[in-house]
Write a new protein. Structure first.
Ligand SMILES: Cc1cc2nc3c(=O)[nH]c(=O)nc-3n(C[C@H](O)[C@H](O)[C@H](O)COP(=O)(O)OP(=O)(O)OC[C@H]3O[C@@H](n4cnc5c(N)ncnc54)[C@H](O)[C@@H]3O)c2cc1C
Length: 378
C-alpha cells in the first residue's frame, strides 16, 4: 500500500526525533522529549496496532522485586548496584503514578505476597533474613519494614496447608495495564507527538547527515510500501526485539504465558503474589484470577505449561478449581545477563533504552526519561 503525498508530507518528513517502539519506555521518552524540547517534531514508530511487546500484555504488577529477586540482584551485581536498581524501580513507580494519576492507571495499593510453595526448591524466609533485607532496602524504600512476615489476614483465600512460608510487602500494588497504556498514549498525543502505529522499522543507518530509518507498511493482500526517513535524533526502545536493529545488544526475547479465569463467585482474594523467585505470578483482577510465568520449568508446549500453571492456581486458591479460562496470551520479555536495563548511546544522536526484564511497569517511565537525558547530553 503506497504512502500518499499527504501521508508523506504530514507524517513522514521533518522530524527532530523518532522513537522506535511504542511501549511504556518509548512513549515515556517521547513525552519527556516534548517537555524538554517543545518545538521538536517528535514521532513514535510502532509496528503493532496495540504495541507488540510487554507493555499491553503484562500482568499489571506495580512491583519492585520480591526478597528472592532482590537477593539474586545483590548476589549478581553487588549490594550497591542492586540498591540503585531498586531505587530506580521505586522512583519509576512514583513517576508513573504521579504523571498519569492513580485513577487513570487503575492503581490498587493492595500490597503483595511472596509465597514459598510446599515441596518447591525455595526456602521459607527466616526473621534474620527479613531483618537483613529490610536494613539493606530501607534507604531506597524509605521504610524499615519493606517486607514483613505475612499474617493470617494477608492469606485469606489461600490454602495455608499448601504453603511453607509467606512475606507481605505493603508497598507494592496492582494496575490495570490497559488503562495505563491508554492513558500514556492520550498523554503523548496531547503533548503533540505523532503516534505512527502500523509501521515497522526494518533497518537503521547512520551517516554524516544523521540517522536514517527504513520503514515498511504492510497492507491488504501483502501489498507494502517502504521508504527511508532522515532524522537527526533517534531513540531505540524496542526492548525484547532490540537485536533486530542492534545485533550486539545483550537482550534476548523470552516468551511468557498468562491465563485469566472467568469471574469467580465471592472470590476471597485481593493481592498480587510472587512465587519461585518471581518466575510465577498470580493476582486477582476484580473477581477473576490471573496466573502467569513458569519459564523456569522450561516447558516448551503451551498446553503442558498451562496445565502446570493451573495446578498451582488450583492448589493454592481452591476457589479457582471450577473456574474456566476467559483469556490466555503470550507476551515477550526482554531479558539479559542481569536485570539492569540498558540505556546507552549507540552513536551521537542515537540512544538505546532496552532490556526491561519483568519489571518494566515500575522502571519503564524512568528509563524513558533517562534515555532523553542521555540523548540531550550529546
Ligand atoms: C507476560 C508478561 C507479564 C509481565 N508482567 C509484568 C508485571 O506485572 N509488572 C512489570 O513491571 N512488568 C511486567 N512485565 C514486563 C513489562 O511488561 C516490560 O518490561 C515492559 O512493558 C517493557 O516496556 P518497553 O516499552 O521497554 O517494551 P515493549 O512494551 O515490549 O515495547 C517495545 C515495542 O517495540 C515494538 N517494536 C519492536 N521492534 C520494532 C520495529 N522494528 N519497528 C517498530 N516497532 C518495533 C514492539 O512492537 C513493541 O510494542 C511483563 C511482561 C510480560 C511479557
Amino acid at each position: 500500500m503506497a504512502f500518499s503525498y499527504w501521508e508523506s508530507t504530514e507524517w513522514l518528513e521533518g522530524h527532530d526525533l523518532i522513537v522506535i517502539g511504542g511501549g511504556i519506555v518509548g512513549l515515556s521518552a517521547a513525552l519527556q522529549a516534548k517537555k524538554m524540547r517543545p518545538k521538536w517534531k517528535v514521532a513514535v514508530v510502532e509496528r503493532d496496532p496495540f504495541g507488540g511487546g510487554g507493555s499491553t500484555k503484562n500482568a499489571g504488577f506495580a512491583c519492585f522485586g520480591s526478597t528472592q529477586e532482590l537477593m539474586h540482584d545483590r548476589m549478581q551485581i553487588g549490594d550497591k548496584s542492586a540498591l540503585a536498581l531498586l531505587k530506580k524501580r521505586i522512583d519509576g513507580l512514583k513517576l508513573l503514578r504521579m504523571t498519569l494519576g492513580d485513577a487513570s492507571i487503575g492503581y490498587r495499593p493492595c500490597g503483595s505476597l511472596e509465597i514459598v510453595r510446599k515441596h518447591s526448591t525455595f526456602h521459607a524466609p527466616t526473621s534474620a533474613y527479613l531483618k537483613g533485607i529490610n536494613e539493606w532496602a530501607a534507604s531506597a524504600t524509605g521504610t524499615a519494614e519493606t517486607f514483613q512476615s505475612a499474617t493470617a489476614d494477608h492469606l485469606v483465600g489461600i490454602a495455608e496447608d499448601a504453603i511453607e512460608g509467606a512475606v507481605f510487602s505493603p508497598l507494592e500494588g496492582a494496575i490495570d495495564t490497559g488503562k495505563m497504556m491508554r492513558s500514556m498514549r492520550q498523554r503523548v498525543q496531547e503533548a503533540g507527538v505523532d503516534l505512527l502505529f502500523g509501521l515497522e522499522v526494518i533497518a537503521t543507518e547512520t551517516d554524516l547527515a544523521g540517522h536514517r530509518i527504513h520503514i515498511k507498511r504492510s497492507g491488504p493482500s501483502g501489498a507494502e510500501d517502504s521508504r527511508w526517513i532522515q532524522v537527526p535524533h533517534l531513540i531505540i526502545a524496542t526492548n525484547a526485539f532490540a537485536q533486530d536493529l542492534l545485533p550486539e545488544c545483550d537482550v534476548k526475547p523470552q516468551k511468557n504465558r498468562v491465563l485469566v479465569t472467568e469471574p469467580i463467585k465471592n472470590l476471597q482474594f485481593d493481592k498480587t503474589v510472587h512465587m519461585d523467585a518471581g518466575y510465577l505470578y498470580v493476582r486477582n483482577i476484580a473477581d477473576r484470577m490471573l496466573i502467569g510465568g513458569g519459564r523456569h520449568w522450561k516447558l516448551r508446549n503451551n498446553e503442558v505449561l498451562e496445565k502446570a500453571l493451573l495446578e498451582v492456581l488450583h492448589t493454592l486458591w481452591p476457589q479457582t478449581k471450577n473456574a474456566s479460562l476467559d483469556s490466555k496470551w503470550t507476551g515477550v520479555l526482554g531479558i539479559g545477563l542481569s536485570r539492569e536495563p540498558i540505556v546507552a548511546r549507540v552513536q551521537s544522536g542515537c540512544v538505546a533504552a532496552v532490556k526491561m526484564g519483568g519489571m518494566g511497569v515500575a522502571i519503564g517511565m524512568q528509563i524513558g526519561q533517562d534515555s532523553v537525558a542521555l540523548l540531550l547530553s550529546d
